[in-house]
Design a protein around this ligand. Structure first.
Ligand code: PSU
Ligand code: MN
Length: 303
């Protein structure tokens, strides 16, 4: 057992008992949403996972440990401290573990800790991807490399149109990462259900998804899978204002010269401001929707 890994009692009991578990990330808490909605959402996501038959394991770096399963007080701390908690991708992990400073885990880091803990399903909002202009900047999220190497399924609402979705899907194809569309033929664009990019395979039920996940890993095909789950129709915001806000936010990133790991949190906050909070409302709903589906797939996985 990895001495840097610390599994909470409820997650440990679920692992020992073969119960379904859903991993959850913490960058969305500290960097993806403002306080207090971030904490309210994180707790509601955990509740949603429980209501759908699985045990939640929110993941973060605390006290020099990779923690799978957090207390309410720890979630409150990560949300309240916000941007002062480091955003931790794979490359940051040794520094945070060595120093004992707190860290919020991205999709990449959450996946790698989930795998180490023995958790196969993970729910988030959106994944990182290939940024627009990546041909020059080489800004490609470490999430994509992690999907290539780590055997965890990530339920997400696709990726935001702040990214180049076409290149993101090309990159995933190159690295052998299957992209499932849940009840959709199109890869969703986070706030919106459609992107005009296709998925590799449409599957319409948690049973069918669980079968593909089990088959992939039993066949010795290591690496992740994307389960793309569009935001529910009733919560989908009007496309035009979101798109306008996205374009304006990207222009501001370029103007201010924001780079690297600051880009995604800046864009999220800017789009929220420009849409008068509409993007945040949608963000919360799509995360809850992903938590529901992830729990249902996790339940089928242990059958
Ligand atoms: N997309 C969102 N909300 C988020 C993130 C992505 O809609 O909070 C976070 C996730 O934690 C993701 C990370 O792993 O941003 C990607 O950051 P980067 O692009 O710097 O790799
Ligand atoms: Mn990046």
């Amino acid at each position: 057992m990895n001495s840097f890994l610390e599994i909470s009692p409820s997650v440990k009991a679920a692992l020992d008992g073969g119960q379904p578990i859903v991993a959850l990330e913490s960058t969305i808490i500290s960097h993806g949403m403002p306080y207090p909605q971030n904490v309210e959402t994180a707790l509601l996501v955990e509740k949603t996972v429980r209501e759908n038959g699985a045990v939640p394991a929110t993941i973060a770096i605390l006290d020099g440990k990779m923690k799978a399963g957090l207390s309410e007080a720890e979630i409150e701390y990560l949300g309240k401290t916000g941007r002062d908690v480091a955003k931790v991708s794979r490359r940051d992990l040794p520094f945070l573990l060595a120093s004992g400073q707190p860290g919020a885990t991205t999709v990449a880091t959450t996946m790698l800790i989930a795998e180490a803990a023995g958790i196969r399903i993970f729910a988030t909002g959106g994944i990182g991807g290939v940024h627009r202009g990546a041909a020059e900047t080489m800004d490609i999220s470490a999430d994509l490399q992690e999907l290539a190497r780590t055997s965890v399924a990530v339920v997400c609402a696709g990726a935001k149109s702040i990214l180049d979705l076409g290149l993101t899907l090309e990159y995933l194809e190159t690295h052998g990462v299957p992209v499932i569309g849940y009840q959709t033929d199109e890869f969703p664009a986070f706030y919106t259900r459609k992107s005009s990019h296709g998925v590799d395979r449409r599957l319409d039920s948690p049973v069918d998804i669980a079968k593909v996940l089990k088959t992939k890993w039993l066949a010795g095909l290591q690496g992740g899978i994307i389960i793309a789950n569009p935001i529910p129709v009733e919560h989908e915001p009007e496309a035009a204002p979101i798109q306008a806000a996205t374009e304006a936010a990207i222009a501001e990133v370029e103007k201010l010269g924001i780079k690297g790991k600051e880009v995604s949190p800046f864009l999220l906050a800017k789009i929220k401001e420009l849409t008068g909070g509409e993007s945040l409302r949608a963000n919360i709903e799509l995360v809850l929707n992903n938590a529901r589906l992830a729990a249902r797939v996790a339940v089928e996985m242990v059958k």
